[in-house]
Design a protein around this ligand. Structure first.
Ligand code: SF4
Ligand code: SF4
Length: 143
């Protein structure tokens, strides 16, 4: 059973802030130091997660447009939106090997189909498979 604070660390767009480096650096000094070297402002890390900081994601240094869009609707996740899947969630090759944006739709579909707790059980493995898996054409990324 996950505690509410962990459930709240899943952003409306499907990003799992609970395993984002900007958040986990609170328990990892070398990671924290690397982020500071990359000129992430000290005051913005460790990040408390999208919902807590109401979309002021330190990675983009302004209010997230996806968060702004979500917050004007009476929904908890983007998959509940009539416009889902919209262009803001569109997969893109740009910086796909370092940024997790292409995982949003998969994460949201997993939450929709299996529930938030099962998603959280699988979230770390989903991210690992995205960044480290080797594509087997027709069979997805393999570990
Ligand atoms: S709001 Fe952005 S920087 Fe903060 S934990 Fe979530 S994805 Fe990471
Ligand atoms: S339009 Fe897109 S970003 Fe906005 S709430 Fe709907 S699915 Fe989310």
């Amino acid at each position: 059973m996950f505690i509410q604070e962990r459930l709240d660390m899943v952003a409306p767009c499907g990003m799992d802030c609970g395993i984002c480096e900007m958040h986990t650096c609170q328990e990892n000094s070398p990671l924290y130091d690397r982020l500071i070297e990359r000129e992430i402002p000290k005051e913005s890390i460790p990040c408390k997660g999208c919902r807590t900081i109401t979309g002021m994601c330190p990675v983009i240094k302004e209010k997230c447009k996806t968060y702004l869009c979500f917050s004007g609707r009476n929904i908890n996740f983007c998959f509940e939106c009539d416009e889902f899947p919209c262009r803001k969630l569109h997969p893109a090759a740009d910086r796909a090997e370092i940024l997790p944006h292409n995982m949003k739709i998969f994460n949201l579909c997993t939450i929709r189909n299996s529930g938030i707790e099962e998603f959280l059980d699988r979230s770390t493995e989903i991210k690992l498979r995205y960044f480290k898996g080797k594509i087997q054409v027709g069979n997805g990324p393999q570990m």
